[in-house]
Write a protein that binds this ligand. Structure first.
Ligand code: B12
Ligand code: SF4
Length: 484
């Protein structure tokens, strides 16, 4: 790589507007850090996260305060290029607002945006005043590097350019450059990082209807197993973390990689928790023997118990086999006392009473088991742009009577979490039936507790279902867990 320590780039996550702050604990944005780590090889890079340093504004007063603080920040951080991560659609308004403030201060500098929302809706960033210079679709590293390298000679383009980001291959992988965020973490996470989200691989070959992953390169690429384990330990040691959540879109897709990674991880005797999400096909009995030696939670994107819905979701071409595999793997995991969770999406376009019944049939069968380590996480469908459900909206509207009630919610000054779920899946689940899945779920809540082994119950109450702590079973439990 060319050695040009200029220009200077600020890689900033602008926060979200109208996204209730009570939702989640804030995390360090590791995809932004990976972008920064790569760019730091040729540029002077600064990392900022306004969601953490300023907050998520929800009211006009909070937005004005946000604007003042962003202006102050930009005024004292004079850079050549502002690279804004509009990672989710929830950040759309904050991205545009911070870009406008930067432009007022620095009319001749470059503004680049990237992330899932620009990849899904690049046209949302085109305006008559050419506020944004480059909209990068897909993976950002190589495109941003090219833009940075030509900045000195080319300056700003005459109009907004939409740039497809070339795929980032394993050859390009660089490790996490934590020193780039050390001072940020010291300032904003004075007690260190409890949980660190880390990416060890990229790419997913599947094309689920509700997922934005297919907008990026689908080839599976990973750190070598050796580097992956080293990166995890280095991050934990640096920030005293108790857990690493491996956030890969498709963790452990290659069996040989997965085997070696797990062997090395177990041999390294990690004292921290490990969390990852994967598909049931990517966990086999030999893996489970290794996994049993870790402090571990696995999440599975199962999505539905209805074969019809699984086909519609493009989750798999063999839904019965997929579900049978999940059940076998889940039973084996429970036999080994391994905590695992099934993530379910209810009210996906095309959902009907019949398909909901199939899903709850699956859940009911599994709830008959005792001493289980399987937790159920059921969520209503949230509509995000860019996925197949979005591009094929007409098909779902015409075939099932699906209705998208806030089709461009990210532009509205209303609760965006609520609005992204304002959706009617089908004619059959319209009106009062739209919340049927919530009622079906509520009817099973007690059984969802009863099925769990004591350790799994306590874990679920501490991490996911905080109101379960009022259950007498929680108070009686003597097990101590070190995950909150
Ligand atoms: C891991 C993950 C998380 C982790 C993030 C951990 C972390 N610290 O990074 C957690 C669990 C916290 C999370 C939370 C949420 N997530 Co999430 N998550 C993912 C997931 C599974 C993987 C992302 C990934 O592969 N990253 C790997 C890195 C290397 O790639 P990357 O993040 O895409 O970044 C690259 C490009 O996007 C681009 N890029 C990014 N920023 C920028 C900036 C510039 C300037 C440039 C040029 C390029 C660029 O370059 C990067 C490097 O190549 C995806 C996709 C999926 N399969 O489900 C969903 C996904 C990103 N999440 C999504 C959503 C909706 C959420 C939540 C809103 C969920 C919720 N209900 O609360 C929250 C939002 C959190 C927030 N702060 O706003 C959606 C976003 C869709 C959208 N259009 O908005 C996705 C796409 C899932 C989906 N529905 O398809 N998520
Ligand atoms: S939901 Fe998971 S398996 Fe499906 S395309 Fe997205 S990342 Fe891949």
């Amino acid at each position: 790589m060319k050695d040009c320590k200029t220009p200077s780039i600020l890689i900033a996550y602008p926060s979200c507007f109208h996204y209730p702050v009570w939702m989640e604990r804030l995390e360090v944005k590791t995809s932004q850090l990976l972008l920064a780590s790569y760019l730091a090889q040729c540029c002077s890079v600064t990392y900022a996260d306004f969601e953490v340093s300023i907050g998520r504004p929800n009211t006009p007063t909070q937005i004005r305060r946000y604007e003042r603080r962003v202006r102050d920040y930009f005024s004292s951080n004079d850079v050549d290029i502002l690279a804004l991560s509009c990672w989710t659609s929830l950040s759309y308004q904050a991205t545009i607002t911070s870009a406008r403030i930067f432009r007022e201060l620095y009319p001749d500098r470059l503004i680049v945006v990237g992330g899932y929302h620009p990849s899904a809706r690049p046209s949302d960033f085109i305006s008559t005043d050419n506020l944004i210079d480059y909209v990068i679709c897909g993976e950002g590293e190589l495109a941003l590097q090219t833009i940075a390298e030509s900045y000195r000679s080319s300056g700003r383009p005459t109009q907004t350019e939409i740039v497809p980001g070339p795929p980032f291959t394993a050859r390009h992988f660089v490790g996490y450059n934590w020193p780039l965020v050390d001072s940020f973490i010291r300032e904003h996470f004075p007690d260190g990082l409890g949980n660190i989200y880390m990416y060890l691989s990229r790419g997913c070959p599947f094309g689920c209807s509700f997922c934005m992953e297919p907008l990026k390169d689908r080839h599976w690429r990973a750190f070598s197993p050796q580097d992956a384990v080293r990166e995890m330990h280095a991050a934990v040691k640096r920030y005293g973390a108790y857990a690493v959540a491996i956030s890969d879109a498709c963790f452990g897709m290659r069996p040989a990689w997965r085997r070696e990674f797990l062997q090395r991880l177990v041999a390294s005797d990690p004292q921290f928790w490990v969390v990852f999400e994967t598909r049931p096909e990517y966990v086999n009995p030999d893996d489970i023997l290794l996994l049993a030696k870790l402090k571990l939670e696995i999440q599975f994107g199962i999505e539905s118990g209805s074969p019809e819905m699984l086909l519609l979701m493009k989750k798999t071409r063999q839904p019965e086999k997929f579900l049978a595999r999940f059940r076998d793997v889940s039973h084996l995991l429970s036999d080994h006392g391994i905590l695992h969770r099934a993530n379910m999406i209810l009210n996906h376009p095309g959902e009907t009473r019949k398909t909901l019944e199939k899903t709850f049939e699956l859940i009911d069968t599994e709830l008959e088991r005792r001493e289980s380590y399987l937790m159920w996480a059921c969520h209503g469908y949230m509509h995000f742009p860019g996925c197949e459900l979005d591009t094929n909206r007409k098909y779902y509207e015409e075939t099932f009577g699906s209705r998208y009630l806030s089709p461009e919610w990210w532009k509205d000054d209303e609760d965006q979490y609520e609005n992204s779920q304002r959706f009617v899946p089908s004619r059959d689940l319209d009106g009062a039936n739209v919340d049927l899945w919530k009622r079906m779920h509520a009817e099973r809540e007690q059984r969802m507790k009863d099925t769990l082994a004591p350790r799994a119950f306590r874990f679920a109450a501490n991490k996911y279902f905080l109101d379960w702590r009022d259950d007498p079973r929680y108070r009686q439990s003597k097990t101590t867990m070190d995950v909150s």
